[in-house]
Design a protein around this ligand. Sequence first.
Ligand SMILES: Cc1cc2nc3c(=O)[nH]c(=O)nc-3n(C[C@H](O)[C@H](O)[C@H](O)COP(=O)(O)O)c2cc1C
Length: 211
Amino acid sequence: MSGPGRVTLAMTGASGVQYGLRLLDCLVQEEREVHFLISKAAQLVVATETDVSLPAKPQAMQAFLTEYTGATPGQIRVFGKEDWLAPPASGSGAPSAMVVVPCSTGTLSAIATGACNNLIERAADVALKERRQLILVPREAPFSSIHLENMLKLSNLGAVILPASPGFYQQPQSIDDLVDFVVARILNQLGIPQDMLPRWGEHHLVSNEDE
Ligand SMILES: Cc1cc2nc3c(=O)[nH]c(=O)nc-3n(C[C@H](O)[C@H](O)[C@H](O)COP(=O)(O)O)c2cc1C
């Protein structure tokens, strides 16, 4: 298996919750264990941007997401925002990569300052201090100097800033294609196989072979 066996996936209240839900789906299909965290604001965005009726309580949400993605029992674990005994809350917990997608500018700021006021912020803080993979997918337009400074600070600390800005060179035909563009980039970062987006140069090699 290439890439991490376990991923902490946090969804926060920026637009683009589709990216987080699709990543969850892909991680399940690739047989990864997922520790799923979601902020209150992200739940509101899910209700606003999708038809998904996500239950509010962690246990009910876990059962719902397990069925929604076709995960095996126990493959997805959902933890509440003050579940300080959850594995992602401590550096001594089993290591995992962490992705915050979408990442609100509020959570970006909290991670940049080490606030640790909820489990998402704490888990990201743990990822930074343990030098583990941390991928942040911010979405805002335009960015203020505060956002940009926070991103630079986190990038210098080793986090990957992967903005939710799909490219168009694959000639997307649908919103799903745009979502997959960003999710494929996240999976590439994690080293998890994906066939949604050819890696740059692969098309070129094929067309050269055709000549
Ligand atoms: C429908 C909706 C869309 C939002 N879009 C964004 C966004 O694109 N980027 C952002 O940084 N915040 C956005 N917000 C505001 C955040 O949700 C808000 O700042 C919240 O406090 C973030 O909390 P969290 O980081 O705990 O999720 C949006 C809120 C709503 C309700």
